[in-house]
Design a protein around this ligand. Structure first.
Ligand code: NIG
Ligand code: FE
Length: 413
């Protein structure tokens, strides 16, 4: 056996190996290995255990030892399963209007908001988009995020959507961080169309087949909201996309309800946002097998309440937390800051918060090879400079990772 190495010792390793399917998670219920190590072969984990036990294994197998000198705790690499981080321009003007009291929907209805970013993204070349996306991915990787989803949705024409998805594919092929792309051509109806159904038909006929032919994405998203696409129109579009073989994810219940029920009805992978979800929606989602994804960064960006994360868990659901990194509602894009703040306001245990940014978003993306530190999973890992996992949320994102490994390799810089 070749290319084996032992990494450690870590003061604590939170593996996520024994997560329940859903429901509340007590801090002391998750597997925590004290003075642990990780034995790796190539890109994958061979074994996680105490450093002492693994050291003997490692020596017998002729493994190299990568010693971690500082006191650190280890988590699975963080995963951000909902972003719009491929975009041109900036929306600081919207933000200044919003803090003065104009709502997100009013700005959108007046032709600004998403439409403004569409114009800037259409004007940008694929190369320029890739440079910006690459820089944002660098920032994410330094923050310990080893996999992230990226949506299109600021092109809103066949050519401009393809340009975005090609840019995501190009950056994914070059960058260390793994990207999962999603077609969000159904973000809003572009100004060139006055009939929303006609626009979506155009997307189904002209764009989705090209995406499949080029292998650009196998996921489709839609913004379900009166100002974007209502439930009936969304249902029709999603059914067609599903029949073509796309997996579904929805922008659901951000300002009004309807989207999360539709996600459950259609067997979507995830229903994201959920700020407007009430008890009914939460109960439906908990039973549905759809991953509820909450986006505290959008609440912080819009100055509105958080999604009912506590209720989702209390009704038996799992919970994923992501950034929604985008120029409009979520410009911050800092997963750990946002998850920590959600945790303190929604009264989440640290185990619930940390599962929400590791194992749960992996499930939301349908990725079974990551999000957990155990044999045969990818060696995507992040170490924080402290001796107790509880310190990670305690510092509310201010404590940054000291080391990040992607597919077994330590990231430098
Ligand atoms: O998830 N709500 C819809 N879409 C994005 C925001 C996009 C934008 O404002 O540019 C969201 O919040
Ligand atoms: Fe979003």
């Amino acid at each position: 056996m070749k290319n084996i190495k032992l990494i450690g010792p870590f003061r604590q390793i939170l593996t996520m190996a024994n997560l329940p399917e859903g429901g509340p998670i007590k801090d002391d219920s998750l597997e925590l290995i004290e003075n642990g190590g990780v034995l790796i072969q190539g890109e994958h984990i061979l074994k996680v255990g105490t450093y002492k036990d693994l050291y003997l294994d490692a020596v017998q197998q002729g493994a190299s030892i990568e010693e971690v000198e500082e006191e650190t705790v280890l988590l699975p690499g963080l995963i951000d399963c909902h972003t719009h981080m491929c975009f041109g321009g900036s929306r600081h003007r919207d933000y200044s209007l919003r803090v003065a009291g104009v709502t997100y929907q009013e700005i959108l209805q007046q032709g600004g908001g998403i439409h403004d970013t569409v114009q800037k993204t259409r004007e940008a070349s694929q190369e320029a988009l890739s440079v910006m996306l690459h820089q944002r991915a660098n920032r994410h990787l330094q923050d310990g995020i080893t996999t992230c989803e990226v949506k299109s949705g600021y092109g809103l024409s066949v050519d401009a959507e393809l340009k975005m998805l090609r840019s995501i594919q190009e950056v994914n092929s070059k960058h260390t961080l793994d990207m999962v792309s999603t077609c969000l051509a159904a973000h809003v109806c572009p100004k060139e169309f006055d009939d929303k159904q006609a626009y979506l038909q155009h997307i189904v006929q002209e764009l989705l087949p090209k995406i499949q032919k080029e292998g650009l994405s196998d996921r489709v998203d839609i913004f379900v909201e009166e100002e974007a696409f209502n439930v009936e129109i969304s249902r029709e579009y999603l059914r067609q996309a599903k029949a073509m073989g796309f997996q579904l994810t929805l922008h659901a219940d951000q300002f009004s309800t309807g989207g999360s029920r539709l996600a459950a009805e259609l067997g979507a992978l995830s229903a994201d946002h959920l700020e407007a979800s009430g008890e009914e929606e939460v109960k439906i989602l908990a039973k549905s097998g759809v991953m509820p994804v909450v986006l505290p960064g959008a609440s912080l960006g819009l100055g509105m309440h958080f999604a009912p994360a506590r209720k989702i868990l209390d009704w038996g659901g799992p919970l994923a937390i992501s950034t929604d990194w985008n120029p409009g509602s979520g410009p911050m894009g800092d997963l750990l800051v946002q998850a920590s703040l959600l945790g303190v306001y929604e009264k989440l245990s640290m185990a619930e918060t940390l599962a929400g940014i590791t194992a749960r978003p992996a499930q939301a993306l349908g990725l079974q090879d990551r999000g957990i530190l155990q044999a045969n999973k990818l060696a995507d890992m992040v170490a924080f400079p402290c001796g107790d996992v509880r310190e990670i949320c305690y510092h509310q994102g201010k404590m940054k990772p000291v080391k990040v490994w992607k597919r077994g390799n330590e990231i430098h810089g």
